[in-house]
Design a protein around this ligand. Sequence first.
Ligand SMILES: O=C(O)CCC(=O)C(=O)O
Ligand SMILES: [Fe+2]
Length: 461
Amino acid sequence: MVTIRAVPEGVATAPPSSSAAIPVPGLSPEVLSRRAATVFKRLQPTSPDGLEKSESKRQKLSHGTGPAARDSEDRPAHNAAEDDVYRREMMSELQVRIAQHGIRQETHGSGTDRRILELLQRSTPPNTDPRAGSVEAHFLTGEEALSMVESGSPQLPIITSKQQPFRWNRRMRPIEELFRRMEDLDREVAVQVPTRSHSDESFESRELAVIRERFLADQPTQEPWNILDLRSPIPAAILPGFLTGENCQLLPRLRDAVLQGKRAERGMGSREQWNEWRDVLEWVLLSEGGHNTAPHTDSHGLATWISVQEGLFGFGWMSTPTDEERARWNAKPLEFVDARWRYVVLEPGQTVFFNSGTIHFVFRLCGKQTLALGGHILQWSGIERWLSVVSAQMSNPDMTNEEMEWSAPKYVRLVADLVEQRLRNGRFEEMGGRATVERLVALLKVWDPDPEIPLPSPASA
Ligand SMILES: O=C(O)CCC(=O)C(=O)O
Ligand SMILES: [Fe+2]
């Protein structure tokens, strides 16, 4: 993830750039990694108290705003039985849609539907009980999550609740408030439309005013729109509390190194460059029900958090893949299924965090819009893993693009500099000791294939 694109980002009229890690049906490579590509060349309203738990009631649960989490009562519940109801409904819906689709021309959505159905047929809820075998997802309070991500790089998804400092105004739906806060609705943004032919691009450009009208009218549709590239109009205060510790703040430090170099003043780098980085650090996912996203890894080796604001958000992942499973998936990301797939259905107020390289997919029942806030992070303790994910993404032609080839080495070199700085400042104990950090620096430096590649200057980055 890493070069900074010269494409202006402020007005999202340009078609998405191409720098996705892998091709994903229904989520074109261009769109998939546009956020990260931009710089890498690429909350949640808390749910109302007493979440109702039957599927039908759950469907009614749309949004809410409450205080940020404070104590252990904020551990999210994992309700495997309800999630299974959602999965079954999802499978029936997909079966009908696939049958209806029949022999019509292949679209972006039809490929994704078949893939998601195949995965859901194999997916089970994660085991969360250590007495029943290996735990496959962590359902944690904010405090527990904070301590886990500050002390290491968890390989399993973490699910928390009430971790978002930002509060919606309770007088309207978050989706309505989102558009209110955008102010200028004449701008355009790329919208993914699953009924577009597979031979065409998966997105088309639409005015924000049109998108707003469509979402507020909330009519049933066979053509669910998905907007992945929406610049967040809400204050830069959406990072879930448990991700605000120092170990999770490597990406903003990398941004500073890119945009400011050796200067520490404000104002280095252009406003647009800072905005581009902000678009990687935090973003908005707005979708009509029925829009799904096939399995992929987020580009440039970035770790990701997603906080659901409205609607129910089905999130699936390949659980603890072996090296062999990962290699087989890397080789055939559009086909490989023979692994342990797990899923959860997230509610407003819940956040999922998953680390670099997690192979994940998203599913949504028809008829219910979803809004989520999300962002990317990198952990200081996750540098080695990041390096291996970026290497895999670069070595696989399906996962590589020019932008990554050009930029990843530069960013790896900047990370090496940052780690060396920690060594100079005597900050090695927190990263596993001097020997470990020295080995890491050596690894980062060896990896860099061409230390002579010039770093992006503030002017060109
Ligand atoms: O919301 C979606 O459909 C996809 C979310 C996701 O995984 C991504 O944007 O990378
Ligand atoms: Fe993703």
